[in-house]
Every structure is written in C-alpha cells, then in structure tokens.
Write a protein that binds this ligand. Sequence first.
Ligand SMILES: [Zn+2]
Length: 311
Amino acid sequence: MSLNKEIATVGIDMGGTKIAACPFVNGELLKDQEIREATPQNDSEAILQTMASMVEKLKSQHDIKAVGISTAGIVSNDGTMIGGCGNIKGWKGTKVKSELESRLGLPVEVENDANCAALAEATVGCAKEFNPVLLVIVGTGIGGGIVWGDKVWRGANYAGGEIGHIKLNDKQARRCTCGDWDCWESYASGTGLQNTAHLYFADPTMDNYKLMDLHHKGDETAIEVMNTWHHYLALGMASVINTLDPEAVVVSGGMAQFINYTKLNKKVRDKAVDALKDKINILEGELGNDSGMVGAACLANFAAQQTAVPA
Ligand SMILES: [Zn+2]
C-alpha cells in the first residue's frame, strides 16, 4: 500500500517528558501547526486525555481520518503497551488503541518508535524507492526496524528488529544495557565509541565531543578510534544484511552524522556474503527527529485507507 496523499492524519510522538502531535497533510508534516504538551507522569488516563484533546484541537482545523502514535516500548497487535516503556512512567499495560479509538471515533495505530522511524524512511524518506528496508538507529544505544512492503517486521512477540543485541563475541569484555555481554550496541553505539576511546586515551574526561574535535584536527589516535568504531559498525551491519538482504540500509540517530558512509560501505562489503557484496546500499536517513511522528502518521494513513468505505 502506498500513501494516499488526499487523506489527512495526525502523527503523535510520545515521549517521557513531552507529547507532540502534528497534522500530516499531502504526505508532509505541517510543522508550524505542531502542538506539544508535557507528559503526565504515572497516570495513563491523563496521558490518554491529553492525547485525545490534542487530536480534537487538530481535528477542528483539518479533516483528520486517523491517528498514529509513535512510542517507546513494546506494543501488542491490539495496540496495548506490554513492556519496556523506557522513561514513560505508568504507560505499561495501557490499551492505547482501543481507549483512544472510543474517545475519538477514529482509527488509531500505535507502534514502537524505531519501527515507526523505519516505516517513515521507507515510505516518504530516503529509502522510498527501496524494498525491503533496514533502519539502523545509532545513538546512545542501537535500535532498528525492518520494513517489507508497507509492513513492519513485528515478530511473534512484537519485539522484532532489536538488532542492537546481536552478539559480536563471547569475550565478556563489555556489558550491554540488556544485561548480557558483548552485544553490538556496546561496541558500535555512541556509548560504545566512548568506551573504545577510553581504551586509547588516558584522559578520563574523554568523550565523543572531544574525540570528534581531535579527529577533525587529524589526531592519529582519534583516527584509529574512529576506524575501530566503523569496523564495529560494519560487523553488526553485515550480519543483519547477510540475514535480511535489504535493498537499502538507512542509518539514523544522533551518531549518524559522524559516520563516513564511503568507509562504512567498503567495510560492510568486505564482510558481506559474495551474493550481496556489490549490492550494499547504506544511506543516511533524512527525516531526523521527526521520523517517529512521520511513520506513525503513515501508519494512520494506511489504516484510514483500509477502513474507508468505497463510494
Ligand atoms: Zn544487549
């Protein structure tokens, strides 16, 4: 299914401190009409009320046909928050889809934020000509999403696409945020880069800003650290590419801007199976912080097409 640009929807970005809602009209977010509210803490009923009133406000300005919500956490197929809600307190267990649909009288789609971001880049972003699409989010950790056709790979337990926890080795050298050892994200995320830098520099205050500054000035140690980071990025990326054979890999997140894509493409090509070596296509995402909201709005657009009654 492709986007029907005649259908207006609302995309909501649900965060631990703020909720943002924006109309999505003619295939674009109308950012000048975005509204924001503080996230009510430990009170899912107040969160639902806040979202409903934000949508009502936007409905008075546009002919909104459906609503999409991008949120941290694992979302079941019936739109219930079933776990891992990050810093959104009181959100777990909330039947977001059914509660909002009954309040708004509109179709409501709820999806994990990384999955939304992947769908956004694959539908209206830099990978709209490609299929399947793998999104790799490189920030403090590593997240991901897999889109095939217009569908997100959700998995049997709604936790598909957790590529950050690919095991790079069994040395028990680096503890991961998941509690296990030596996951890809503990080497190739922003945190992983900083940890690598500490192995090379005695300076205990060394962080990624200082590292980038030194790299920019041509410091040989900083260049080596950055080469090692690209090596780690390539190890995990090649594993996923060998598994999924995506037509394009989109990289986004706070660390994406520090990647040398020519270098990464070459390193991934060296690790990919022969059949894929000449097909590697790694792109930098173009939707930035809006990608979750855009993906949610796209999901809402698809839902509205499915529920529309033919004239
Ligand atoms: Zn892990």
